[in-house]
Design a protein around this ligand. Structure first.
Ligand SMILES: [Zn+2]
Length: 133
């Protein structure tokens, strides 16, 4: 497999002979793909943040950040978003407990998505070095 960009331009698709191109650096895979048909030779893009994140073995604690929001509404929304019910959510919110303890980066990301979905944000400890969006 050619690895230099110069060679890439000479490389034609083994399927249809069409021109080949690379993947977007943001893509989760890397390699070459045909611009004309479905052919592709790919490997996992291990530089992609998602994979780096999956390798992060740090265990995080996650809290819901809800200052400025109405407590009762927060309790209901969190109970719903996490499918833990209002009673358990009230317990966590009232006692200032983390909604998750000892979870890995990808789990933090998924919690972030759920909490963002109800208009709140999360606080993560230790410092979370991956981008949450
Ligand atoms: Zn092709």
């Amino acid at each position: 497999m050619p690895s230099e960009t110069d060679e890439l331009t000479e490389f034609r698709c083994p399927g249809c002979g069409g021109p080949v191109g690379g993947f977007d650096p943001e893509d989760t895979c890397m390699g070459v793909r045909c611009l004309a048909c479905d052919w592709a030779a790919v490997t996992t893009n291990t530089r992609h943040p998602h994979f780096q994140m999956a390798r992060d073995e740090t265990l995080y604690n996650v809290w819901v950040e809800w200052s400025g929001h109405e407590r009762l509404r927060v309790v209901a929304a969190v109970g719903n978003a996490l499918s833990i019910g209002v009673k358990a959510a009230r317990e966590l919110i009232d006692r200032g407990l983390p909604i998750a303890s000892g979870v890995q980066a990808l789990e933090v990301q998924s919690l972030h998505a759920k909490i963002k979905g109800i208009g709140l944000s999360i606080r993560v400890h230790p410092g979370f070095r991956w981008r949450l969006d």
